[in-house]
Design a protein around this ligand. Structure first.
Ligand code: HEC
Ligand code: HEC
Length: 210
């Protein structure tokens, strides 16, 4: 016969047991719980990120010269670029259609995600002649006044140090040719340089050592 006292004991035992089961399940699946809503601030962009990684490399640590490194680039700078590529102020045949359907709030999250990743090691070499020319042009152009002596940028100003030379060269030509119209000051400055200067700058920046 079940007394009320033994029933109470059974119920208590059941409660303790089920709490343990729940605790166990939570320990076993930390990722599953991180995916739920507010614990993962990047939940809304996880699918987009997979697309980004196909060109910009895992976590934005691009290994290919035509795709800029995003990992560790300045947050605010990247957010501005994504918005400008959406409006076409910075014309990009590749990026334009990609950002066209992404909301501003998610563009901000994408920029934030990439800014929190680690800048990858790159190992570009430069010859003495180009290095001297690059250094001279950069000194005379006062580039470090904005991009800082470390050339690592700040906020609205991008990091240039150790970016892929091929990408830097392409984008400097885009400034000059007014394909990239979101920084008129940069464009008019770059118009004063020759193609050889731009090659030297790109290689100097790519192989930059502090
Ligand atoms: C099909 C390849 C491809 C995919 C996919 C792609 N990108 Fe790009 N991305 C590029 C190329 C190429 C450039 C350089 C474009 C230019 O300068 O016109 C670029 C440039 C950028 C820049 C500017 C970087 C800088 O230093 O100014 C940002 C930011 C960026 N992409 C973010 C993203 C994000 C976020 C995604 C995913 C939603 C993404 N990209 C997906 C190819 C791609
Ligand atoms: C007055 C401040 C200023 C000076 C001086 C300056 N820059 Fe910039 N630079 C910027 C800003 C701001 C941007 C970002 C523009 C944008 O939003 O598109 C930029 C962007 C760039 C980019 C594009 C980087 C990327 O990831 O796409 C390159 C390359 C660059 N600058 C090179 C140079 C060089 C080389 C010099 C010197 C000859 C120089 N800059 C001088 C402010 C400056």
């Amino acid at each position: 016969m079940i007394t009320s006292k033994s029933l109470l004991l059974m119920l208590t035992a059941l409660m303790i047991f089920s709490n343990e089961v729940i605790a166990e399940a939570e320990r076993a699946a930390p990722e599953a719980s991180a995916e739920i809503g507010e614990q993962d601030k990047y939940a809304s962009i996880r699918e987009n990120l997979k697309t980004c990684f196909t060109c910009h490399g895992d976590n934005g640590q691009s290994k290919l010269g035509t795709f800029p490194i995003l990992a560790g680039q300045e947050f605010y700078y990247m957010y501005v670029q994504l918005k400008d590529m959406k409006t076409g102020l910075r014309e990009s045949q590749v990026m334009g259609p990609i950002v066209a359907n992404i909301e501003k709030a998610d563009l901000k999250l994408l920029a934030m995600f990439f800014s929190e990743q680690k800048w990858p090691e790159t190992s570009y070499e430069i010859n003495a002649k180009q290095s001297a020319r690059g250094q001279r042009v950069i000194d005379e152009g006062g580039c470090t006044a904005c991009h800082l002596a470390t050339l690592k940028g700040n906020s609205r100003i991008p990091r240039l140090a150790n970016q892929h030379p091929e990408y830097l060269k392409n984008t400097m030509h885009d400034f000059r040719n007014e394909v990239r119209n979101n920084a008129p000051a940069m464009a008019s400055l770059l118009k004063t340089y020759t193609d050889e200067d731009i090659d030297a700058i790109a290689n100097y920046l790519g192989s930059f050592k502090e």
